[in-house]
Design a protein. Structure first.
Length: 366
């Protein structure tokens, strides 16, 4: 197909200029605007490959940097989905004014954080876009990431007795009950490693098994931290976005229980991140949850104690929920299992590496 390429186009905005590459087949039947993720841009070989395939299929493409070079160095802007959506809509306006694209139906192709921006831009101006595609993206960020803190903060309890009396509350584990089931946890780990050695590697199994004998120490510490009502199945399969304002909506609360709010956060991160952990992004999400929880609950939360709580909650999630998932995986294959376990493993080893040897030894001392 005959192509005309217009490189280094510039889209002017309010005090900024966005650089892009417009690819035009001879008779385009639509235009696809790319919303790149953190660390990517218009020169990404992967994005350019996808653009070439789309152009071969008859679609015009716009590869665009949604942030200026200076802005791209500011991690707060990299994860500012509202700002990225604003920029995508700016690009949409430019396409509507360009002679070769103004009559073309537009679609958004989002990757990583760009997926959240694409969904939010489409929700703001639904008549302007025909389709949104997410490639390995972060559509969870389309709704405000800071919605999770208020969800937990609304019921962060000072007196747990009242919540424990609720008839709808699921079983609440204690240090004693978890320790009593130590043989079960160990057996589930061994079963997972035997059935799926590619998912539970020897180093991972060794690490997990060291956490069981030390459970009386770190689970007791976890019980002494502020707890709240948690969803306990907090992943994209049970999350939605309300049409009005793209606010987070969690449903299917049948497993809800009393636990650290970090437990829901740890599960969500296992499902939406990948195993190539971006430390700055991870720190951003953890601190965002802590800050919004403080704002919604009116309680002061020490950053160091918060991180320790996340570390304990992640251990509990890996030992308990994920190993039970893996047992079910032997009879009913879960499409998400491989990715979630790889991410959980990366998060667990990440916490071990960033924690002082002394602290880790104290946490895992039987």
């Amino acid at each position: 197909m005959r192509m005309e390429r217009i490189s280094q186009i510039t889209i002017p905005g309010d005090g900024i200029a966005l650089d892009g590459i417009l690819g035009l087949p001879e008779q385009p039947k639509g235009v696809i605007a790319f919303a790149h993720g953190s660390g990517s841009g218009r020169f990404s070989p992967r994005n350019q490959f996808v653009a070439r395939v789309l152009e071969t299929g008859g679609f015009a493409t716009l590869l665009l940097d949604l942030l200026t070079p200076d802005e791209a160095d500011d991690r707060s802007k990299v994860f500012d989905i509202d700002l990225l959506a604003d920029r995508l809509l700016l690009a949409q306006g430019w396409l509507l004014s360009h002679a070769r694209t103004k009559n073309l139906r537009a679609g958004y192709f989002g990757a990583s954080t760009g997926a959240g921006a694409a969904l939010q831009a489409a929700a703001r101006e639904p008549d302007a876009v025909g389709a949104v595609v997410s490639r390995g993206g972060r559509p969870d960020l389309a709704g405000h990431a800071d919605d999770v803190g208020p969800l937990h903060g609304a019921v962060l309890v000072r007196d747990e007795a009242e919540l424990l009396q609720k008839p709808w509350l699921g079983p609440v584990q204690t240090t004693e009950s978890m320790v009593e089931m130590s043989e079960l946890w160990d057996a589930l780990m061994v079963h997972g490693a035997n059935e799926f050695p590619e998912l539970v590697t020897e180093p991972q199994l060794e690490l997990l098994r060291t956490l069981v004998p030390s459970m009386p120490q770190w689970w007791k510490r976890m019980e002494q931290m502020p707890r709240t009502l948690i969803h306990n199945d907090f992943n994209p399969r049970n999350l939605g976005l309300r049409r009005e304002g793209l606010r987070l909506c969690a449903y299917d609360w049948e497993l809800s229980t009393l636990h650290l709010p970090q437990h829901d956060l740890a599960e969500l991160l296992c499902f939406v991140l990948n195993e190539n952990i971006d430390q700055r992004a991870l720190d951003h999400y953890l601190d965002l949850h802590r800050r919004t929880l403080m704002e919604s609950s009116g309680r002061d939360i020490d950053a160091g104690c918060w991180r320790a709580g996340y570390r304990y909650a992640l251990r509990d999630l890996c030992i308990n929920r994920l190993m039970l998932y893996l047992m079910g995986h032997t009879v009913r294959r879960y499409s998400f299992m491989e990715r979630v376990l790889h991410t959980a493993r990366a998060l667990l080893f990440n916490e071990m590496e960033r924690t002082s040897r002394r602290q880790w030894a104290e946490d895992t001392a039987a």
